[in-house]
Ligand binder design. Structure first.
Ligand code: MG
Length: 160
C-alpha cells in the first residue's frame, strides 16, 4: 500500500496572559491558549494526524508535558521533528485538511498566512494545506470561549 491517512484532534484552554498562536502565526486576541508548549492547537492536531497515518503513536509520546525540554516549545519545531519521522521512513505528505473551531476572534484574515507558514515548514505548496475555521455556534466549552479546538486529516504517500 502506498498511501495512508491519519486524523488528529486537539483542544486547549483559553486564558488571559498568553499569546494566541495558531499554525505558527500569532493572532491578535485578548486571550491565548494554555499549555506546556506554545499550545498551538492546530499544529498539534496536524502532528497527531501525521503520526496517526503511520501508527506512530501521538505527540504526548514524543513530547511529554512532563519533560521540561518542551516547556514553551515552538510547535513548528515539533512539527518539523514529526515530519522527519515519516520522511526517514520514506513517506511524504500529499495533503492536509484541517478545521479550527473558535468562537472568536475571526480568523479569516489569518488563514492564508497560516497556510503559507505551515506549507513552508513542511516543504509543501500552500495548495496542499487546507485550513478552515468555524465557530461552535456558541455551544459547549468552545462556544463559551473557554477553549479552541482543531481537527486535521493528513494523507501521506510513499515516495518512489
Ligand atoms: Mg496540544
Amino acid at each position: 500500500m502506498n498511501i495512508r491517512i491519519g486524523n488528529g484532534y486537539d483542544i486547549h484552554r483559553l486564558v488571559v496572559g498568553r499569546p494566541l498562536i495558531l499554525g505558527g502565526v500569532e493572532i491578535v486576541h485578548e486571550l491565548g491558549l494554555l499549555g506546556h508548549s506554545d499550545a498551538d492547537v492546530l499544529t498539534h492536531a496536524i502532528m497527531d494526524a501525521i503520526l496517526g497515518a503511520l501508527s506512530l503513536g501521538d505527540i504526548g509520546h514524543y513530547f511529554p508535558p512532563s519533560d521540561p525540554q518542551w516547556a514553551g516549545a515552538d510547535s513548528l519545531v515539533l512539527l518539523t521533528k514529526v515530519h522527519q519521522l515519516i520522511r526517514e521512513r520514506g513517506w511524504q505528505i500529499n495533503n492536509i485538511d484541517s478545521v479550527i473551531v473558535a468562537e472568536r476572534p475571526k480568523l479569516k484574515s489569518y488563514i492564508q498566512t497560516i497556510r503559507d507558514r505551515l506549507s513552508s515548514v513542511l516543504e509543501l505548496e500552500p495548495s496542499q494545506v487546507s485550513i478552515k475555521a468555524t465557530t461552535n455556534e456558541k455551544l459547549g466549552p468552545v462556544g463559551r470561549e473557554e477553549g479552541i479546538s482543531a481537527y486535521a486529516v493528513v494523507l501521506i504517500r510513499y515516495h518512489n
